[in-house]
Design a protein around this ligand. Structure first.
Ligand SMILES: Nc1ncnc2c1ncn2[C@@H]1O[C@H](COP(=O)(O)OP(=O)(O)OP(=O)(O)O)[C@@H](O)[C@H]1O
Length: 234
């Protein structure tokens, strides 16, 4: 199996507290990998380590077979928390600003807007977009420069059922075009819908990693690993 991303013994200490405790995960190429875990488990911190927003205390990140370096960032698109979006500008104008900062061409803006079916938003200002549309614009920005991996932290938060369905379709299209998606959520049903692989983080540790099939009861797997972690304290 080909992996686009691997971590080996990743650790992060914040204010003397071990937040990430030796996470070793493997994200297969061209798939959607769901990072699951309860609130405060360490999903966002792990994602921030992967995209260079935080520096690991120890451990390694391997991207496409090579050790993580600043150049790796050219191949990773990220949507963590709220994207930097200007409400009084259009989608295209927002995209152009980001394209300029990244040094990518205007044709790339056009490609991504078309891929995300946002090329018809015209003169509409982003402040008038629905939350789902704003989220889609955030993903469009993450896709500028044609990354091979896209990291999305809790992308369905606040979306209505239509927005969630659109996001699922989009993630599917990204996989079909060869892009790997790493997505975090604490919603098991959501991950079951969109991910082909899951990693379950509990208390800063990767407690489970594997392929998911539609017939798997992810809730059972999740409850079992959660209980195991609780019993390990007894
Ligand atoms: N800058 C920080 N200073 C202190 N503690 C932090 C900091 N950042 C994260 N933490 C702690 O690290 C733990 C993991 O946080 P993280 O945000 O990664 O969890 P999460 O799994 O993404 O949770 P959620 O689903 O609620 O977003 C939490 O206990 C959090 O309080």
């Amino acid at each position: 199996m080909d992996y686009v991303l691997e971590t080996r013994g990743l650790e992060k200490k914040i204010k003397n507290e071990n937040i990430i405790k030796g996470i070793s995960l493997k994200v297969p190429k061209g798939e959607t990998y769901g990072l699951l875990g309860p609130n405060g488990a360490g999903k966002s911190t792990t994602m921030k380590l992967l995209c260079g927003l935080l520096k690991a205390s120890s451990g390694e990140i391997i991207f496409d077979g090579k050790k993580w370096s600043k150049d790796t960032l050219n191949k990773i698109g990220v949507l963590i928390e709220n994207p930097a979006i200007y409400g009084n500008l259009t989608a295209r104008e927002n995209m152009k600003i980001h394209a300029c900062m990244l040094g990518v061409s205007e044709s790339e803006v056009k490609r991504v807007l078309t891929l995300l079916k946002m090329d018809k938003t015209g003169k509409k200002k982003v402040s008038n977009f629905s939350l789902g549309m704003k989220q889609r614009l955030g993903i469009a920005i993450a896709l500028l420069g044609n990354p091979s991996l896209v990291i999305l932290d809790e992308p369905t938060n606040g979306l209505d059922p239509i927005g969630i369905q659109e996001l699922r379709d989009l993630i599917k299209r990204l996989n079909e075009s060869g892009i790997t998606v790493l997505v975090s959520s604490h919603n098991l049903a959501e991950i079951q819908h969109i991910a082909s692989y899951v990693g379950i983080i509990i208390n800063g540790k990767l407690k489970y990693e594997g392929k998911v099939n539609n017939n798997d009861n992810l809730e059972n797997i999740f409850m079992n690993v959660t209980r195991e972690e609780e019993y390990s304290y007894v």
